[in-house]
Design a binder for this molecule. Structure first.
Ligand code: GCO
Ligand code: MG
Length: 408
């Protein structure tokens, strides 16, 4: 069996999804996602210029050897661009493998460990009252877990995860007005003074059953993060996400010494080498890698198994940064993983997105039910894809009030 062709498509409704389609000489094809938010043309170029020319003619069933060939075969390894590009190939090869076996992908890992996977939604508000409304909106839809972000009084601009718009998903849409990012101003003191009481008010309003998550988006220094986590203890958070910048694997030691608040980290990691110490030293409770830019199913499954040895559960990244293909790969891992925790869910499943990626996965009352179709359970409509092309866009950048550049 041989790979005969592979094509990359860039574009989508309100997003630049990077989609890979691999064809074989037996008519079976596989799909993969290489979307790297706001850097989408780069994994596409890596695929077109380096990986696809080496892929043609290989046996698609040898997904492990193909992964090793692209990883070890590149002297300068890792990084989100390369790992997103292999990630897409790997996803597509697992899609092919499962289709050849006429099985849903989760069967290739060991079958189902659960019927539905717990999801969390994103609630957001310009102020606490607007956030409360947004939380109610998701609770009414049956969500048992909600991530909460709200504006902080006196903060000079909007900041991460906060929408001033009526649309709850608005904070996520890339700014397509151009390649130059808009600037947000951040003030750690205001944030640290305001958020603990705000989170406590949410707990009081919604009761003890709601699983409350909060994302700091890498903004605090290790000592600040330790103080913040300690102050949040009475809230009973499900998790505190990315309290410190992710590069420093030791930064969480101080937080661990001062608090038992569950910590989730990893959405920016693209290899096991960025989280092995965090996992082995049990400095986190949830690992947040995404199948797309952490090197595909082959590599993420290794991270999940390592995490399982250390009582760490999964909480895969599920921002609309990824396409429904990544969400599908994660749905299959979530169905299988003995150490599954929760899944972030914010795919903008508009009619346009559903038309581009017809899917047989189901979301109901805050749970995701994996597809039983052979393969990933998501298709890609090439005719629909003709409607879209790449649009330059950007994330904001963050500065302190004196102009110092900070972490987005
Ligand atoms: C999350 C993430 C996202 C990232 C986004 C960047 O928890 O979902 O923090 O909001 O900011 O994926 O492209
Ligand atoms: Mg996050």
């Amino acid at each position: 069996m041989k790979i005969t062709d592979a094509k990359v498509f860039v574009g989508g409704p309100g997003k630049n999804y990077v989609t890979l389609k691999i064809q074989t000489d037996q008519g079976v094809y596989g799909l993969g996602d290489a979307t790297l938010n706001n850097r989408e043309t780069l994994p596409a170029a890596y695929l077109n210029d380096y990986l696809i020319p080496n892929l043609i003619g290989l046996d698609p069933r040898n997904s492990e050897d193909i992964w090793q060939f692209f990883y070890r075969g590149a002297y300068f390894r890792k990084g989100p661009i390369a790992m997103a590009a292999f990630g897409a190939i790997d996803m597509a090869l697992w899609d092919i493998k499962a289709k050849l076996a006429s099985m849903p992908l989760y069967q290739m890992f060991g079958g189902k460990s659960r019927e539905g996977a717990l999801l969390y939604a994103h609630a957001t508000g310009a102020d606490l009252e607007a956030l409360m409304d947004s939380i109610s909106h998701y609770v009414e839809q049956g969500y048992k877990a909600v991530r909460v972000q709200c504006g902080v009084p006196g903060m000079p601009t909007e900041s991460y995860g906060v929408s001033h718009a009526a649309d709850n998903n608005k904070h996520y849409i890339t700014d397509f007005s151009g390649i130059r990012p808009k600037v947000e101003i951040w003030d750690t003191d205001r944030y640290m003074r305001y958020m603990p009481d705000a989170l406590m008010a949410i707990r009081e309003r919604f009761g003890e059953q709601l699983k409350i998550l909060h994302d700091v988006h890498h903004r605090l220094l290790p000592r600040e993060a330790a103080e913040f986590a300690k102050t949040l203890e009475p809230v009973g958070l499900f998790w505190l996400e990315d309290p410190t910048p992710a590069e420093d694997q030791d930064a969480l030691r101080l937080l661990r010494q001062h608090s038992t608040v569950p910590v989730a980290i990893g959405e920016v990691f693209n290899s096991i080498w960025e989280c092995n110490k965090l996992i082995e030293h049990e400095l986190i409770d949830f690992i947040r890698v995404a199948v797309t830019y952490a090197g595909g199913i082959t590599h993420v499954k290794r991270i999940v198994d390592l995490a399982g040895l250390h009582h760490i559960r999964t909480g895969f990244h599920g921002a609309p940064s990824h396409s429904p293909l990544c969400m599908a790969a994660q749905a299959h891992l979530n169905a299988w993983a003995p150490n599954f925790g929760i899944q972030e869910y914010l795919v903008l499943d508009t009619p346009e997105c559903d038309a581009l990626f017809p899917s047989t996965h189901r979301v109901e009352s805050g749970m995701m039910y994996v597809s039983d179709e052979p393969g990933l359970g998501v298709d890609f409509d090439e005719n629909e894809a003709k409607k879209y092309s790449f649009k330059p866009g950007s994330h904001p950048v963050v500065r302190l009030e004196d102009g110092t550049l900070w972490n987005y």
